[in-house]
Ligand binder design. Structure first.
Ligand SMILES: Cc1ncc(COP(=O)(O)O)c(C=O)c1O
Length: 390
């Protein structure tokens, strides 16, 4: 491999949420952090160099989205997803959670219904709730170790909803939705006049044998009912840059969203937001390929380790990204004891599955975007605690 993903890059004392905030999150400093979704790998040097080059100028005045940014996005989505997008269909927004919140404020009113598919990325719950919209849930069901959509339930629950918040690929379930599933969801949303907000932040990380399909590209009708949010943030480990974008192909939806953002200048980029992303998309194919290979090997390692050492602990094998939903239900521990077990006994900090809503209880979300030695340490710590328990 050209890139070294085994390297330990110390992250403590860098105002890093994952490491420097563990006391606040887990109540103890003595934790190996495997939680929030960024990676412990070094951000690729071509991106860091692009930021350095800009720094070298030493005047950080007002800026705009750099001219290389839209062509780089167009080329990326065309190369990776066969998706043809016009430049004016792309717009900047500083983070996908804020972007979702803006979209809900733009397209719904207080009390309007918003459908989500739990267990799902927790801010979908909070943002919808905090905006006083009504959360409607159509829970995914676990079938042969993978999450599936209960279409009968989905079709029933979507009635009267204004928006469907789709996580594509799904976090924490790790599903890469198939074209058939996307088209079926699209048909139901068209029939019920529902706007689809498709959060595709994990799109670039489909693993071996899986292919991400943008919702908008799944069938002819989809692009007219949706907003797509994408970013290079997860892909290239630059979440701290708060740089993401929307692609909206329907003129009416696009104009309305653009007008909403413009009113408060929410569509303006900071000086490091778009240049480094253009560089990432123009130069990052090889790094991404190797990073995914490494992550896939981590997932293989964990699967094998659990089978051999902790047969009562299962996992949902992700089809995309580095987040693994660890299935601890067979330990038979009540929720609070399970959390205590992982924090106090194993000393590994993960996201409590219950925070993702219905169907998440008994699971822990573990971040495998780390050097193998860190994963080995985490699994050894969990096994030591497990051996005392079973
Ligand atoms: C599905 C999903 N959407 C959005 C985000 C966060 O996006 P941002 O940092 O751009 O707000 C995450 C981060 O983990 C995520 O998993």
């Amino acid at each position: 491999m050209k890139y070294n993903f085994d390297e330990i890059v110390p992250r403590k004392h860098t105002d890093c949420l994952k490491y420097d905030n563990v006391k606040e999150i887990f109540g103890t400093e003595e934790i190996l952090p495997m939680w929030i979704a960024d990676m412990d790998f070094r951000t690729p040097s071509f991106i860091v160099d692009a930021i350095r080059k800009r720094m070298d100028h030493e005047v950080l005045g007002y800026t705009y989205c750099c001219k290389r940014w839209k062509p780089a996005i167009q080329s990326w989505v065309s190369r990776h997803y066969g998706w043809t997008v016009e430049a004016d269909e792309i717009g900047f927004v500083g983070g996908i959670v804020p972007a979702i919140s803006f979209a809900l404020q733009c397209f719904t009113n207080v009390g309007d219904k918003v459908l989500i598919q739990p267990p799902v990325y927790h801010p979908y719950h909070h943002v919808t709730h905090d905006l006083e919209r009504t959360l409607v849930t159509s829970a995914l069901k676990l079938v042969n170790g993978q999450f599936e959509i209960d279409f009968t339930d989905f079709e029933e629950k979507i009635k009267g909803c204004k928006v469907f918040l789709l996580c594509n690929p799904h976090n924490p379930g790790g599903r890469v939705w198939t074209r058939e599933e996307l088209v079926r969801m699209c048909e139901i949303c068209v029939k019920n006049n529902v706007l689809v907000i498709s959060d595709e932040i994990h799109c670039d990380m489909a693993l071996k044998g899986y292919k991400h399909i943008p919702f908008a590209e799944s069938c002819a009708a989809a692009k007219d009912i949706c907003i797509t949010f994408m970013a290079a943030s997860k892909t290239f480990n630059i979440a701290g840059l708060k740089s993401s974008y929307h692609i909206i192909q329907n003129e009416e939806i696009r104009q309305k969203y653009h007008a909403f953002l413009r009113k408060s200048e929410l569509d303006t980029a900071h000086v490091f937001a778009t240049g480094p992303v253009a560089t990432a998309y123009n130069e990052g194919d090889e790094w991404l390929e190797q990073m995914l290979e490494y992550v896939e090997a981590n997932i293989d390692y964990m699967e094998q380790y659990l089978k051999e050492n902790m047969p009562k602990m299962g996992m949902i094998r992700p089809q995309a990204s580095y987040l693994v939903f660890l299935d601890a239900r067979s330990l038979g521990l009540p929720h609070d004891s399970l959390i205590e077990f992982f924090i106090r006994e194993a000393k590994v900090g993960m996201n409590d599955g219950a925070m993702f809503g219905e169907g998440g209880s008994g699971f822990m979300r573990m971040n495998l975007g780390c050097p193998r030695s860190v994963l080995e340490k985490a699994l050894t710590q969990i096994k030591t605690a497990y051996d005392k328990l079973v």
